[in-house]
Write a protein that binds this ligand. Structure first.
Ligand SMILES: Nc1nc2c(c(=O)[nH]1)N[C@H]1C(S)=C(S)[C@@H](COP(=O)(O)OP(=O)(O)OC[C@H]3O[C@@H](n4cnc5c(=O)[nH]c(N)nc54)[C@H](O)[C@@H]3O)O[C@H]1N2
Ligand SMILES: Nc1nc2c(c(=O)[nH]1)N[C@H]1C(S)=C(S)[C@@H](COP(=O)(O)OP(=O)(O)OC[C@H]3O[C@@H](n4cnc5c(=O)[nH]c(N)nc54)[C@H](O)[C@@H]3O)O[C@H]1N2
Ligand SMILES: [Mo]
Length: 769
């Protein structure tokens, strides 16, 4: 008998797994990281769970009839086990057929998703490198996370769409210099539990606490009180969802009325304030955006708006927005309004103040700035130029040949015949799953790599099972986490199950480009190569890393950050001519001539308030039977990953996702804690378990994302979802023509008790032929 502890890293923390005779036996969070403990529960058990896929499978109808669009009933037919060679042959032959008959752009390889941590085995990098080697693919752009911000902010403040990751003030700067944080959507610590690429130790809670201890005043403007940790003693402003823009415009209105805007900064460092001012005062459209006007829209008392506006010009103030706010129709607007408001307060360009986006949305944001410069798997250059904004997947599949606007461009959807996905789950991430299901039946073939019978694996034609991240050796470097961490293989994958890399090698061999794909190296050779490249880069910054073998036995290393200037707005304030932004004017564009020239009514040249299609102020909501549904990130898991694990199950009630409801609303519709309810609207219906609280605005309900899609009639659009997946209810409209981003948070639902509802079957193994 041999027992050994192996350290590995996931997107949600670093863990020690005890291995006995080659089998993982228990998982422990590191002693110095109590925040990781709830996420460690049952991690090792997922490796041998009955939901694990250990043999390739093909959908029965596809196996019988081949790729025939009219016969598609994905998700509704048994999956039939096939031999490994047969599965690889089928994938290789399909790639060849589709490329020959329909061209390379008929292969959709966007494959959006978080995959697992690891520089080499990262599934997105693997599939993109593979598809580039095979002739290219139609890709996707931007993200579900920050799709609107990524497109609009470059017009306003310049930089890449991700610039705010590094231009945000750090918690440390806020503690040292900040006085007031107005946090729209808060900065929920549940989200700082995860970090793309991994993290060494959870430190966001202590960093936030240091701000409170230093006397920083926190205000959480959100329908949900706990979007800021109770320990911060924040004041709670329970705003109606989707109305933050109106509140910010009214703060701007009040500041202008008092004549307290930072005229010096607006004149030297911004352009377009005059147009914005004329809109805010009502000079340009006859409608003053007064605090009373905003109260009617947002439900926030005018007196509160006035007080916050006055405080924001008297103190070092940070206008801080969550990413969730831009995942809504007109999601570009709160970001534009936020930058415009911050530019008026006098705090923009001073440490600890100004504008922030997504502080603690993932763990590293607010703790570190800049890249650690670790090597990653090269993907090569995709010869196919066609792409979609990522959240247009259903429209792409439903409307080949249709044309859409996007950020001043016209895009035409190609005719996609083959969809290839590894490391993401659209039956988790996309909105309006009933529409997605109809769209998903359009391509001739869908190939998926996954390790478990996840919702996407159930909706594939060819499933290639792959090793999990705990069954591979790799290196981890988290996003804005300054550590290089070993990811040690905890146990071997089930017999015959390849890594994504090995599966792609097998298919590349059949397609005749294996040498170009693997460059003659096996996985260990590649990981050693990436380690050597990383070590060389790090050595330039003064840290000598040990040999690879020593490193893999070590606890990891803290890396010196790349020396970069992140205080871009401070430089701008000092001297805008010497330190211009990369906008057309070099200044903050409170009005953008570029965006105005695109001519999108729903996204004009400066921030505006426009009503979304679904919100609590909509005429239909007036009858009191509609609730605004917010679907936020789950605290006990990462998206849909490992929904069946102990960590995720611990957050459910009776095997269903909870829906948070105000105590008064619960009494009004006659339900209590633990009751099963049905949520529905014109797009779909799901069940959920009631969890009441006084910490949520009345009329608003919140359900976490990521409960596995669990249709009562698999394969049929319009099924009742039995476990509680909010995406059967959310709507698939773009934020605007500018960003074409997801608008998951724009959603009205009705709710009624559902006694005697059927049990969830989400975690049962699907039918096999
Ligand atoms: N309603 C609503 N919907 C939302 C959101 C919301 O706020 N509201 N948020 C959106 C956001 S911000 C995001 S980022 C998306 C997230 O959406 P995704 O990133 O697509 O979600 P995940 O559940 O992380 O999907 C990862 C999948 O990859 C598999 N996987 C993990 N590691 C590997 C690997 O190494 N190889 C392979 N082949 N597979 C692997 C997992 O088993 C899982 O099926 O969801 C979006 N959807
Ligand atoms: N534990 C855990 N953490 C995660 C993830 C996960 O799956 N699990 N996913 C990660 C990913 S991919 C991302 S992109 C980030 C997302 O980070 P965010 O987008 O910030 O996260 P959410 O949890 O969707 O939303 C945060 C809060 O915003 C509030 N909110 C929603 N709509 C509105 C609104 O209109 N106005 C106001 N004022 N508030 C609103 C909700 O109450 C919600 O709790 O989280 C990351 N962190
Ligand atoms: Mo995200």
């Amino acid at each position: 008998m041999s027992t050994e502890v192996r350290r590995t890293t996931t997107h949600w923390g670093t863990f020690d797994v005890t291995v006995r005779d080659g089998r993982a036996e228990s998982t422990a969070a590191l002693r110095d990281d109590p925040f990781a403990a709830p996420l460690a529960i049952g991690l090792h058990e997922t490796l041998t769970h009955p939901l694990r896929i250990t043999r390739p499978h093909v959908r029965a109808g596809w196996l019988e009839h081949g790729p025939r669009r009219a016969r598609n009933r994905r998700g509704g037919e048994p999956m039939v086990e096939v031999e490994w060679d047969r599965a690889y042959d089928l994938v290789a032959d399909e790639l060849a057929r589709v490329r020959r008959d329909h061209g390379d752009e008929a292969v959709f390889g966007g494959s959006y998703g978080w995959s697992s941590a690891g520089r080499f085995h990262h599934a997105q990098s693997q599939i993109h490198r593979f598809l580039v080697g095979d002739g290219g693919y139609t890709s996707s752009r931007n993200s579900y996370s920050v799709g609107a911000q990524e497109v609009v902010l470059p017009h306003i403040i310049g930089g890449s769409g991700m610039a705010m990751f590094d231009w945000n003030p750090t918690w440390q700067q806020i503690a040292e210099h900040g006085e007031l944080v107005i946090a729209f959507g808060g900065s929920p610590l549940k989200n700082a539990r995860v970090n793309q690429g991994g993290l060494r130790r959870h430190r966001a809670a202590e960093a936030q606490q240091a701000c409170a201890d230093a006397g920083v005043r926190f205000v959480v403007v959100s329908p949900l009180r706990d979007d800021l940790a109770p320990e911060l003693d924040a004041e709670w402003v329970p705003i109606r969802p989707g109305t933050d823009t109106a509140m910010m415009l009214a703060m701007a209105h009040h500041i202008v009325r008092l004549g307290l805007e930072d005229r010096d900064f607006l004149a030297r460092c911004c352009v377009g304030f005059e147009q914005f001012r004329a809109y805010v005062t009502g000079e340009s459209d006859g409608l003053p955006k007064s605090p009373e006007w905003a109260e009617r829209i947002s439900g926030v008392p005018a007196a509160v708006i006035r007080e916050l506006a006055e405080a924001s010009v008297r103190q070092r103030t940070l206008i801080s927005l969550t990413w969730s706010i831009q995942r809504a129709q007109h999601g570009e607007q709160p970001y534009w309004a936020g930058v415009s408001l911050a530019s008026m307060t006098g705090s923009m360009g001073h440490p600890g103040g100004g504008f922030a986006a997504g502080l603690a949305a993932t763990h590293g944001i607010g703790l570190h700035r800049g890249s650690m410069g670790a090597a990653s798997l090269p993907q090569g250059r995709n010869p196919v130029r066609t792409f979609i904004p990522v959240a247009r997947i259903s429209d792409l599949l439903l409307e080949p040949g249709a044309t859409i606007d996007y950020d001043g461009q016209r895009l035409t959807y190609p005719d996609v015949r083959l969809v290839y996905w590894a490391g993401g789950n659209p039956f988790h991430h996309h909105q309006d799953l009933n529409k997605l299901l109809r769209a998903w039946n359009m391509p001739e073939t869908v190939v998926v790599h996954d390790s478990w019978w996840t919702p996407i694996a159930r909706h594939a034609d060819i499933v290639i099972p792959v090793a999990t991240s705990l069954e591979r050796d790799d290196l981890a470097v988290g996003n804005r986490d300054n550590h290089l961490l070993p990811m040690r293989r905890v146990q071997d994958p089930p017999t015959g199950v390849p890594t994504d890399f090995e599966a792609f090698c097998a298919i590349a061999r059949r397609r005749g480009f294996e040498a170009g794909f693997d460059e003659g190296l096996d996985a260990e050779g590649w990981v050693r190569r990436l380690y050597a490249e990383t070590a060389a880069r790090v050595a330039e910054r003064g840290l000598d890393l040990p040999s690879y073998d020593e490193f893999m036995r070590s606890e990891g290393f803290e890396l010196p950050p790349i020396d970069q200037d992140h205080d871009v707005f401070q430089r701008l304030r000092e001297d805008p001519d010497r330190h211009p932004l990369s906008t057309p004017s070099g200044r903050i564009e409170i009005h953008s001539d570029t965006v105005a020239a695109f001519g999108y009514d729903e996204c004009p040249g400066h921030a505006v308030w426009q009503e979304p299609v679904e919100w609590l102020g909509a005429p239909v909501a007036g009858d009191g039977t509609w609730f605004h549904l917010l679907s936020h990130q789950p605290r006990g898991r990462l998206h849909s990953q490992l929904d069946f694990s102990g960590a995720s199950l611990a957050t459910k009630t009776g095997g269903r996702e909870p829906v948070m409801l105000n105590v008064d609303d619960a009494a009004r519709i006659g339900v209590e804690d633990g009751d099963v309810v049905r949520l529905w609207n014109g797009r779909g219906a799901c069940l959920a378990a009631v969890r009441t609280t006084d910490g949520i605005r009345t009329g608003v309900v919140v359900m976490a994302t990521g409960g596995w899609y669990d249709p009562d009639r698999p394969g049929e659009a319009g099924s009742l979802d039995l476990q509680g997946n909010p995406n059967v209810l959310t709507l698939d409209v773009p934020t605007s023509r500018l960003a074409q981003a997801t608008s998951a948070q724009t959603c009205l639902v009705r709710i009624a008790p559902a006694p005697g509802a059927p049990e969830s079957r989400a975690h049962q193994v699907p039918a096999r032929g």
